[in-house]
Design a protein around this ligand. Structure first.
Ligand code: BGC
Length: 247
């Protein structure tokens, strides 16, 4: 099978690689550039072009976006430049890169990869993947089928957007110890669990690399809580999966 290209667009970095979809792994080491600041569409699209051009790759490209994406249009921009609001972004990428592009929410992409190849494989029922980074992303699955754009990072917690209190960036911003952050995380997971009752909760995002620092501190709950397995590559793999399915 030929590799499909995946690009993960994040608040700080844009990284991409061809993906071996049979293995659910990168086919070559990924290439990363810094996300332009401000992260306005034209600058980000040019940076994505640089990542794709780094490889000798033809064919479709899957891309993640850290906001709501409906039918190729970016609808929110919580952690990126407001220029993305209501943009026909998928079309803009396709035109700029000169090949078919498929755009989806970053947590949805990471979730697709985890459910197919990682911590959620062969799991039926309600599985929720949460990514902790600059924001909190969510991907909800029912018997393996994704309910896109669930945006559970914006549930209200103590009168605020939950991601303002419990994201990985909030931990760094407030210089919280792992113990202090685990209390906030438990409070957030309580809220999510009361509303969605997942059987399996997969904790992803950059911080999942350090899961042994905080997962053992969390209290017992109805859902089984496990770390993501694809870690940093989940977004790239999931983006490529979405592109392969769509074209
Ligand atoms: C955005 C989500 C995104 C998450 C992680 C949130 O602020 O609203 O769409 O998945 O951050 O990047």
């Amino acid at each position: 099978m030929t590799a499909v290209f995946g690009v993960d667009i994040g608040g700080s970095g844009i990284k991409g690689a061809p993906v071996d979809l049979a293995a659910g792994a990168l086919a070559e080491p990924r290439y990363k550039v810094l996300t332009p600041q401000p992260s306005a569409p034209d600058a980000v699209i040019a940076a994505v072009g640089e990542v794709v051009d780094h490889f000798d790759h033809q064919g479709p490209v899957g891309l993640t976006f850290p906001g709501v994406v409906v039918s190729g249009h970016t609808r929110t921009a919580a952690n990126v430049d407001p220029g993305w609001l209501d943009l026909a972004a998928e079309q803009r990428f396709s035109e700029a890169l000169g090949r078919p592009c498929v755009l989806l929410n970053d947590a949805d992409a990471a979730g697709l990869a985890e459910v197919r190849f990682g911590a959620g494989r062969d799991r039926r029922g309600v599985v929720l993947v949460l990514t902790f980074g600059t924001g909190i992303g969510s991907a909800l699955f029912v018997d393996g089928a994704l309910v896109p754009n669930t945006e559970l990072g914006h549930l209200e917690l103590r009168g605020k957007d939950a991601e303002r209190r419990a994201s990985s960036a909030a931990r760094e911003r407030h210089q919280l110890t792992w113990e202090e952050w685990a209390v906030r995380l438990d409070e957030y997971l309580d809220l999510v669990e009361r509303l969605f009752w997942p059987q399996l909760l997969i904790i992803g995002g950059g911080v999942s690399r350090k899961h042994e620092k905080f997962l053992p501190l969390l209290k017992e709950r109805a859902a089984t809580v496990v770390p993501a397995e694809l870690r940093n590559d989940a977004g790239i793999v999931g983006a490529a999966m979405a592109a392969a399915e769509a074209v």
